[in-house]
Ligand binder design. Structure first.
Ligand SMILES: Cc1cc2nc3c(=O)[nH]c(=O)nc-3n(C[C@H](O)[C@H](O)[C@H](O)COP(=O)(O)OP(=O)(O)OC[C@H]3O[C@@H](n4cnc5c(N)ncnc54)[C@H](O)[C@@H]3O)c2cc1C
Length: 330
């Protein structure tokens, strides 16, 4: 375990916001995890790679994170088509590892920043795939009791960018391992419209094509900080969708999520409201993708929140739609 005191978190969040914490604990193996209930209390914060987190203040307490590689070399344990993966591993490294070892099912999640642990907390998704499609179980440690528990995929209550692990406001359960069930035959998942025409003969081709496509729409982290899509796509009932469709015939087709609800494109609403490419203070709306807020250099979390609030108010006023952030604001 590594412990740092009074340290900047700038390198620990992809927005690059320069806040500090009193104590940063990096867990490196199972012995460290066993100590977690002593080290972490309900005022602590669990952090993966900070790629969905926006800090608005110094963190007055302990921030807990995981090393990317487990100190004992057991970052991935394989049993046939099932992989049990250390929560700190980078999700994108796992995707490449699976392809290198002839296992398939994660390729559409290529180039999503962040850790395996957070990927299940957030139920990350892209290009017609979500973490929940391949997760069979999640092992957690209960920070109040020290108990180790394993939840099946169903018990994780996965939803759109959410899971049971986001239901409690205080940190209660720490995700330590995630078990994925993968396939040993590659069957391309081309369900997402934007994938039409992309090379997909092999899973590696699919991964490379998706990675290249993503970086045409997202700021590269080494150039501009961001949290990826800042807002969730709003889910509305059929009446609301039909009203908007008749008012804005050019609106993209919504995705039907169940018998009565439709998922709209938040990016389209923000763009239509005129925000694409706009800046406010040291934060901007990415010119290629209105869903992404980015750091123009040295921004604070308050500046990010101010721009997000302005967008939310404007979209609500123009379309009657409430946008909610996907990013977690601390
Ligand atoms: C450029 C860019 C592109 C992105 N594209 C996508 C995309 O296509 N699809 C998508 O879904 N997301 C996307 N994201 C968002 C982000 O990558 C995901 O949400 C990712 O899962 C966050 O991982 P992280 O480790 O950085 O999580 P963090 O931001 O560190 O944490 C996220 C949440 O998970 C909790 N958490 C983290 N680890 C654990 C743990 N081990 N146990 C319990 N709780 C934990 C944290 O407390 C926090 O509440 C993008 C982000 C960026 C910057």
């Amino acid at each position: 375990m590594k412990v740092y005191r009074d340290i900047s978190l700038k390198a620990y969040n992809t927005f690059g916001i320069a806040v500090k914490t009193q104590r940063l604990v990096v867990m490196e193996d199972d012995d460290d995890v066993a100590l977690a209930p002593i080290l972490i209390n309900r005022h602590s914060l669990v952090l993966g790679a900070g790629s969905d987190t926006v800090f608005t203040r110094d963190f007055d307490g302990t921030v807990v994170t995981f090393s990317n590689e487990k100190a004992d070399g057991q970052t991935i344990k394989q049993s046939g088509n099932q992989l049990t993966v250390w929560a700190g591993m980078k999700m994108d490294d796992l995707v490449q590892w699976t392809l290198d070892h002839g296992l398939y099912g994660l390729e559409n999640l290529s180039a999503i920043p962040g850790t395996v642990g957070a990927a299940v907390v957030q139920n990350v998704g892209a290009y017609g795939a979500e973490a929940k499609d391949t997760v069979v179980s999640v092992e957690v440690i209960d920070l109040y009791t020290g108990d180790i528990r394993t939840y099946t995929g169903e018990e994780c209550r996965f939803g759109y960018r959410t899971s049971r692990f986001k239901e409690e406001t205080a940190v209660r359960e720490l995700v330590v391992y995630v078990t994925f069930a993968l396939k040993d035959t590659y069957v391309p998942n081309l369900s997402y419209k934007a994938l039409e025409g992309l090379p997909h003969e092999s899973a590696q081709q699919m991964r490379d094509a998706i990675t290249a496509l993503r970086w045409t729409k997202l700021p590269r982290p080494e150039e501009h900080g961001s949290a990826g899509s800042f807002f969730k796509n709003p889910v509305v009932d059929e009446t609301t969708y039909m009203r908007l469709k008749s008012e804005y015939p050019g609106m993209p087709e919504a995705h039907k999520v169940n018998a009565r609800d439709y998922k709209l494109s938040a990016g389209w609403l923000i763009d239509k409201a005129g925000w694409k490419g706009k800046t406010m203070g040291r934060v901007g709306v990415w010119p290629e993708n209105a869903l992404v807020l980015y750091n123009l250099g040295g921004c604070t979390g308050d500046e990010v929140v101010a721009l997000a609030n302005a967008i939310q108010a404007d979209v609500e006023q123009k379309f009657g739609i409430a946008l909610s952030p996907e990013a977690i604001i601390i």
